[in-house]
Design a protein around this ligand. Structure first.
Ligand SMILES: Cc1cc2nc3c(=O)[nH]c(=O)nc-3n(C[C@H](O)[C@H](O)[C@H](O)COP(=O)(O)O)c2cc1C
Length: 271
């Protein structure tokens, strides 16, 4: 056995086997050019993108480049991390063009995604504002889900779809309940980004509330997670998986590997 191999503790959610519950958050590897080294760092899943699709373009060089990277990494036998594709749209308003952007992204990356993320968390975007308007959120998720169902039928394969929403501290009383819309609309999971929260105790309480209020919809949590103890507390509060960005960006891949290893040992004891 490879003495450097990480202990395995697979998590099965959304019909997928995640090798471990620590993932890389979106924004770090936007184009899939680092998948091999991110696998070596020990991540159980890697979220690529956010890829902003413009459905009015006939040919998009950037997207073709990402697909080439994905084709290449698929053929590497040592890659075990699952790949999520984070999709976005740069439109100023939410309209039929925005929906078309998300749907085109899904279709384009269908065969390269273990799961698809509808990113509604981009700072300053109209999609992010829509999350705080219940009817707007319902209508947006419903249209995207309808396109997803049609694609599942057309492609003969279900690719789980989740949505990433950012939650700010001031929205902690109102937003958790609204997130049940993702469950209601048939999404396979939720990815919650905690940004600029003053205390980790509040984060843990809110994860617990979201988990209860969304009918135990599979939950991925990101934001401020830098140690295995922080990750473990989030998992114990009801998250199924966690993601990190700054841990890798600020502290490097060795820390990721240590976190996965320690978490594996502690999870076996504590979960
Ligand atoms: C430079 C930078 C770029 C990012 N780009 C994206 C992005 O394209 N899509 C996205 O969903 N999140 C993006 N994020 C947010 C991260 O995915 C994550 O939610 C956030 O950094 C909090 O996690 P952390 O505390 O572990 O860093 C970005 C973050 C940073 C710092």
């Amino acid at each position: 056995m490879d003495k450097h191999a990480l202990p395995s503790f697979p998590i099965n959610i959304m019909g997928l086997d995640f090798p471990n519950p620590v993932g890389l958050a979106a924004g770090f590897d936007r184009d899939g050019s680092q998948i091999n080294s991110l696998n070596k760092a020990g991540f159980g899943f890697i979220e690529l993108g956010t890829i902003n699709v413009n459905s009015e373009l006939e040919f998009d060089d950037e997207l073709e480049n990402i697909i080439r990277n994905l084709e290449y990494s698929k053929n590497q036998p040592t890659n075990h991390a699952l790949v999520g594709i984070s999709l976005g749209s740069l439109r100023d308003a939410i309209d039929e063009y925005t929906i078309a952007d998300y749907l085109q992204g899904m279709e384009k990356f269908w065969h390269y995604s273990d799961y698809i993320v509808i990113n509604l968390s981009r700072p300053g975007s109209s999609a992010r504002s829509e999350v705080n308007n219940k009817e707007g959120l319902r209508s947006l998720l419903q249209k995207i889900k309808q396109g997803h169902v049609e694609l599942c039928e057309k492609q003969g394969k279900h690719v789980p779809i989740i949505t990433k929403v950012a939650i700010e501290h001031e929205d902690r009383k109102t937003l958790p309940e609204a997130l049940n819309i993702a469950y209601e609309q048939g999404f396979d999971g939720l990815l919650i980004a905690f940004e600029h929260w003053p205390s980790s105790v509040d984060v843990i309480t809110t994860v617990r509330e979201i988990s209860a209020l969304t009918n135990k919809l599979p939950l991925i949590v990101v934001g401020g997670i830098k140690t295995e103890d922080e990750a473990l507390q989030i998992l114990n509060a009801g998250a199924n998986l966690v993601q990190c960005y700054s841990l890798l960006a600020d502290q490097g891949p060795t820390n990721v590997k240590n976190m996965v290893r320690e978490l594996a040992l502690k999870t076996k004891e504590n979960l």
